[in-house]
Ligand binder design. Sequence first.
Ligand code: PMP
Length: 394
Amino acid sequence: MDLRSDFPGVRDWHYLDSAATAQKPQAVIDAIARAYGEDYATVHRGVYARSANMTLAYEAARRKVALFVNARSEAEIVYVRGATEGINLVAQCWAGTQLEAGDRILLSTLEHHSNIVPWQIAAEKVGAAIDVVPLTVDHRIDLDAMQAMITPRHRMVALAHVSNVLGSVLDCRRAADIAHSGGAKILIDGCQAVPRLGVDVQALDCDFYVFSAHKLYGPTGIGVLWARTELLDAMPPYQGGGSMIDKVTFEKTTYAPPPTRFEAGTPHIVGVVGLAAAIDYVEGIGLDAIHAHECALVGRARAALESLNSVRLFGPEDSAGILSFEVEGVHPHDVGTILDETGVAIRAGHHCAQPLMRHLGVEATARASFGIYSDQSDVDALVEGLERVRKIFG
Ligand code: PMP
């Protein structure tokens, strides 16, 4: 797969931080430029042709997203600012209104802070408690343990489809079956899965699924909450304002049906156009091909790093696109800084997963994450850079 020339952001650079945010193909950059240029107008309100056209594009994008994740209808697709906002929306509007004192929420040890903190805020408001599913020895969410833990008091389960630190892939269908067997709903944080695995929300049988466009080669500031229609129907608005209403009087306001009910204010019109272009781009390559490409690179990177013997790897053998590691005796920030000097960009830190760091017994890890533009030269540069790290630190 040689797509590097499609990405002006990576041509002369070993960019191994796609799990933080992916670089953008020229097709997405062009679509955004057109949407801010000759096509620019607001949506849903204009009586003039350009606004009507932009509205068509905005709603066509919703259909595209619905097909992309195999939703039953585009009314199940809510545009949000990103995964973080999607989870906050569900935590406030579903958990915040459906849970009662004594109810419980189930998370896992490897969750990103954005799939922890919104639930803590909601739980505190209603008097619910949080339980944590542990990990297996090879750093996957332990679904056997989850099965043993779940009780009828558990009303919500929220888990990452792919860990942003370890690359561990969740068996979502089994997790959903376990959640549903106890009567709970399940939210899947698909941030790291959507760019690398084909996602079919009906096959996964989850209730809520969230992701951010910027990790899918699209723009920042736009993301998706997918939810079952009957759940959205029963949820109150997230924010009040223009567009989300049916009728407003000072005595009483009635709300539009979903998804409009959850999209107050002038939306991120250009972001939505960019998201649609990103989906077109990714689908043009095919998620099976992307997944196979990234698995091959991660496999080779794992083998090369293992042979450096002062490097400790985290995560399962079959991690998807993401590889966390530690160089013995060297702080990950120093690893990252030295690699940067050799033109290799990795992430070093807690990756917004402090409970997971505690579980791994480290303060931080170094993380290399791959994308569709990554190739063997990136793996080679990473290995050479790590050899330099070892030389510098003896
Ligand atoms: N969950 C996971 C697994 C992530 O990797 C991220 C982004 N690092 C988020 C949630 C939050 O996404 P965003 O910052 O785009 O809202």
